[in-house]
Design a protein around this ligand. Structure first.
Ligand SMILES: O=C(O)[C@H](O)C(=O)CO
Ligand SMILES: [Mg+2]
Length: 261
């Protein structure tokens, strides 16, 4: 049976972060994930515990306003180590499982250097994380939404993981990005399944609820990955059409509901 986690960077965004945690639990989510939190870790932990939720992955901070992560940025290695250490401390304090290592945006002429930087940064980070029982996730993000983002291809993510050579680095397979960059969602999921430790969902072309209004047949996708033995969570990472609570019909079969429903 598919299990869903609420991505707090996308759902319930009409309220502050700690109230989003309460709202996710009230709607039947049993786990949360998201961007680097803008509240102290102790407050986050308290909100998670009072709602009996699991914390899955947290992103590394984005860096400066023009960055989308620092993991692959040549010359920013010290900054990367600092934000990674900050994220690892946060994740372990709140009992989280993983860190999504944002790669950052890289101009075409710097991609070769960026590859070396990303691999070396991840080797260092994978050791740090493994020592504290935290996994690392890499997520290919489509270049239509995020031009110049270093990691947009699934095969590239798998290749980077091979170069890092750690058994603590995995793919975060977001069906939204995967549909835009290549489609063939289930065959590619099967091919890389041993490396996939988390998936996320939203509709295409508009990134809204994973319901019937779009390119992806989610009831089929959810049933199929379940049949294939996918044991991990599915992150609900979409932009609700209106209030998050009024758009949960897609999740009724999986225990999601409006508060009190
Ligand atoms: O944009 C995405 O799909 C990533 O999952 C993310 O968390 C970036 O903030
Ligand atoms: Mg995603």
């Amino acid at each position: 049976m598919p299990r869903f986690s609420a991505h707090l960077g996308y759902l319930f965004t009409d309220r502050p972060l700690l109230a989003r945690i309460d709202a996710a639990a009230a709607c039947g989510f049993q786990a949360i994930e998201g961007r680097f939190p803008d509240v102290p870790a102790a407050d986050f932990k308290h909100a998670v515990e009072r709602n009996n939720l699991k914390v899955l992955g947290i992103n590394t901070p984005q860096g400066g306003p023009d960055d989308f992560g620092l993991g692959a940025l040549p010359g920013r290695e010290r900054d990367w180590r600092a934000i990674f250490a900050q994220t690892l401390d946060y994740v372990t304090t709140v009992g989280g499982l993983a860190i999504h290592c944002l790669a950052g945006k890289v101009a075409p002429e710097h991609r070769r250097a960026a590859e070396t930087t990303y691999v070396e940064n991840l080797k260092w980070a994978a050791d740090q994380a493994a020592a504290r029982n935290v996994k690392l996730y890499l997520e290919p993000i489509n270049p239509r939404d995020m031009p110049n983002y270093f990691l947009s291809e699934l095969a590239h993510a798998a290749d980077i993981i091979g170069q890092v050579g750690s058994d603590n680095v995995f793919i975060q397979y977001d069906f939204y990005h995967m549909q835009i960059v290549g489609g063939d969602l289930i065959e590619r999921f099967k091919k890389y399944q041993p490396l996939i430790a988390h998936v996320q969902c939203s509709q295409v072309p508009v990134r809204h609820e994973p319901d019937g209004d779009g390119e992806i047949n989610y009831p089929f996708v959810f049933a199929e990955i379940d049949r294939l033995g996918y044991p991990h969570w599915i992150g609900a990472e979409y932009k609700p059409r209106t209030a998050t609570e009024s758009g949960l019909a897609w999740g009724a079969a999986y225990g999601l509901h409006a508060p009190g429903g």
